[in-house]
Design a protein around this ligand. Structure first.
Ligand code: KG4
Ligand code: ZN
Length: 346
């Protein structure tokens, strides 16, 4: 019954979790508010905030789980991918603790951990399953045949789904991260009021950059049409007025299009692989419209769908702990000279 301490520091969340025999005992997450004023994550500030947070967050995770450091069987950390300075803070901390306590070290791939978040709760998918992993940095369809065997069968060729939410929010003058706010406004809007184009991309890959451009032109033109009927491009004031009068319908329509881009590819992947168990993971899987649409599509297509608890959707160390648990069972340990990496193959 391995007891594992896991650390996540790949982006702007400092998190530590304890798990015993694959069950999460604690999952402490410190979000970095400092980035809001800059409209996106500032890597250098993220590293500094991780430095500040890491000791109290680990301490809180250990205390909450009522486990002593001596009881640990391994220490796990997110090795890649992510912001390199941010990854190094968690990685160095984990390595130092591993050396000090003479406990084995486990290096975890952040994207694999997002997929395995689906194995945290009691309602777990059987293998094989498909996972739509949608975060601020990634959009992937992963075919998962066992906890340690996964293959990316589709991915974005430009922006990630989370970026599409965040960039839309920026165009609308909303603060970062934009996803949760668009989700909130969309709940009260009409998703069919404005039509945004769906890219015609073959295969299982995604593209979101065209959507961003079409929203930009839409806001300029609609703002102009709304206030000064004869003008082609809106003044800043006209645009702001159009946005504030239509914010709910704009958010609902954009969200509707992002969801349809995602789910149409999942439908295609399910058809091509013949797999009828479909999970979602990553920060964007917190989106209430996506959760609802996936459940509805699952019912229609005869899939079993799985959605992790909210706290395991966005970046968290609980998912790192569960990935580490399976690596522990398989004897996959890392040496103390292992290095973090901003980008990493599976
Ligand atoms: O997985 P995550 O926490 O960090 C990365 O590894 O990127 O994902 C963060 C992303 C951000 O783009 C954020 O806007 C998006 O997830 N997000 C949402 C929602 N909550 C977070 N997007 C849409 N709706 C939400 N409710
Ligand atoms: Zn993530």
């Amino acid at each position: 019954m391995p007891i594992i301490l896991a650390i996540e520091s790949s982006c702007d969340e400092t998190s530590a979790a304890m798990c015993a025999d694959g069950k999460i005992l604690s999952n402490v997450i410190a979000s970095q508010k400092i980035h809001e004023q800059f409209g996106g994550v500032v890597p250098e500030l993220a590293s500094r905030a991780h430095m500040q947070n890491i000791v109290p967050v680990v301490d809180a995770a250990i205390k909450k789980a009522s486990v002593s450091l001596q009881d640990l069987d391994a220490i796990a950390f997110t090795q890649a991918p992510g912001l390199i300075g941010a990854l190094l803070v968690g990685g160095q901390f984990a390595k130092s603790l591993s050396l000090a306590l003479n406990k084995p070290l486990i290096a975890v791939h952040h994207m694999q951990a997002h997929v395995l978040a689906n194995l945290i709760d009691d309602n777990q998918p059987e293998f094989p399953f498909l996972c739509l992993t949608v975060s601020g940095g990634h959009t992937q369809i992963v075919k998962c045949t066992s906890p340690l065997e996964m293959e990316v069968i589709g991915q974005t060729i430009d922006d990630a789904a989370g970026e599409a939410f965040d960039k839309t929010a920026k165009l609308l003058g909303l603060p970062y991260p934009g996803g949760p706010l668009i989700d909130k406004y969309a709940a009260q809007g009409d998703p069919h009021r404005f039509a945004f184009p769906e890219p015609q991309l073959q295969g299982l890959d995604f593209s979101f950059s065209g959507l961003k451009t079409s929203i930009l032109y839409f806001l300029n033109n609609a703002g102009a049409a709304n206030v000064y009927k004869e003008e082609l491009t809106a003044t800043a004031e006209a645009k702001a007025q159009f946005i504030s009068e239509n914010i709910h319908d704009i958010c609902a329509s954009v969200q509707h299009r992002i969801i349809s881009i995602l789910l149409n590819k999942v439908k295609k992947a399910a058809k091509e692989t013949g797999i009828k168990r479909v999970c979602i993971a990553g920060g964007v899987s917190a989106n209430s419209g996506l959760r609802k649409a996936l459940a509805e599509m699952g019912e229609k297509m005869g899939w079993t769908t799985f959605i992790p608890k909210f706290e395991y959707c966005t970046d968290n160390a609980g998912m790192i702990a569960i990935a580490a648990y399976y690596k522990y069972l398989d004897g996959q340990f890392a040496s103390l000279d292992t290095t973090s990496s901003a980008r990493a193959a599976w």
